[in-house]
Design a protein around this ligand. Structure first.
Ligand code: ADP
Length: 168
C-alpha cells in the first residue's frame, strides 16, 4: 500500500543514456514531490543502446545524493505506470519549441486517458538546451568528448558500450 497523502511524481523517458539535462530536471523536480520516480521506458519496438536495467542502474548511480528519488523501468503507458504507483503528476522537460508540439499532444492524450493525472513541464536549463541522448551517442560514436554532456560517473560506461557496439 502506498501512502495516499504522499505526493508522488513520475519522470518517464528513454534515458538512453541519462544526460546532464535529464539530471537537472530530476534534481529540480525532486524538490516538488515527496517522492520522484524516474521511470525508464522499456520499449520492445525501439532499439536502445543500453538495456532498461543498465539505464536504471546508471540513473541510480547519479541520483544517489537525492534521497526521495527512486528509479524503475516500465513497459506500456506512462499513465498506467503512474496510476499503479499512486502518482498524480508526470514530469517532462522542454528544450525548445520543437519539443513542444509532441509534448503537448502526449500530455493531452494522457489527460484524455487518465484525467486524474496531470503533466507538468520544466524548461531546460539553458546550459543543456541543445542536449539529447541521441546527440551524446552520435558524438561518442565518433570518439568526441562527451564530458560536458553526461554525468562523470557514467562516462566510462557510455564509451565502453559504444566500443562494444562498434565491434558487432
Ligand atoms: P523520450 O523518449 O520520452 O523523449 P528522453 O529520454 O529523450 O525520452 O527524454 C525524457 C524527458 O526529458 C523528455 O520530457 C525530454 O523532453 C526531457 N529532456 C531530454 N533532454 C533534456 C534536456 N537537455 N533538458 C531538459 N529536458 C530534457
Amino acid at each position: 500500500m502506498y501512502n495516499v497523502r504522499e505526493k508522488i511524481g513520475i519522470y518517464p523517458g528513454s534515458f538512453d543514456p541519462v544526460t546532464l539535462g535529464h539530471l537537472d530536471i530530476i534534481e529540480r523536480s525532486s524538490k516538488m514531490f515527496d517522492k520522484l520516480i524516474v521511470a525508464v521506458l522499456h520499449n520492445k519496438n525501439k532499439k536502445a543502446l543500453f538495456s532498461a536495467e543498465e539505464r536504471v542502474k546508471m540513473i541510480q548511480s547519479v541520483t544517489s545524493h537525492l534521497c526521495n528519488v527512486e528509479v524503475s523501468s516500465f513497459e506500456g503507458l506512462s499513465v498506467e505506470f503512474a496510476r499503479a504507483k499512486g502518482a498524480h503528476v508526470l514530469v517532462r522537460g522542454l528544450r525548445a519549441v520543437t519539443d513542444f508540439e509532441y509534448e503537448l499532444q502526449m500530455a493531452q492524450t494522457n489527460r484524455a486517458m487518465c484525467p486524474e493525472i496531470d503533466t507538468i513541464f520544466l524548461t531546460t536549463d539553458l546550459r543543456y538546451a541543445y542536449l539529447s541522448s541521441s546527440i551524446v551517442k552520435e558524438v561518442a560514436y565518433f570518439d568526441g568528448n562527451i564530458e560536458m554532456f553526461v554525468p562523470a560517473a557514467i562516462l566510462p560506461l557510455v564509451k565502453e558500450k559504444l566500443m562494444e557496439d562498434n565491434r558487432k
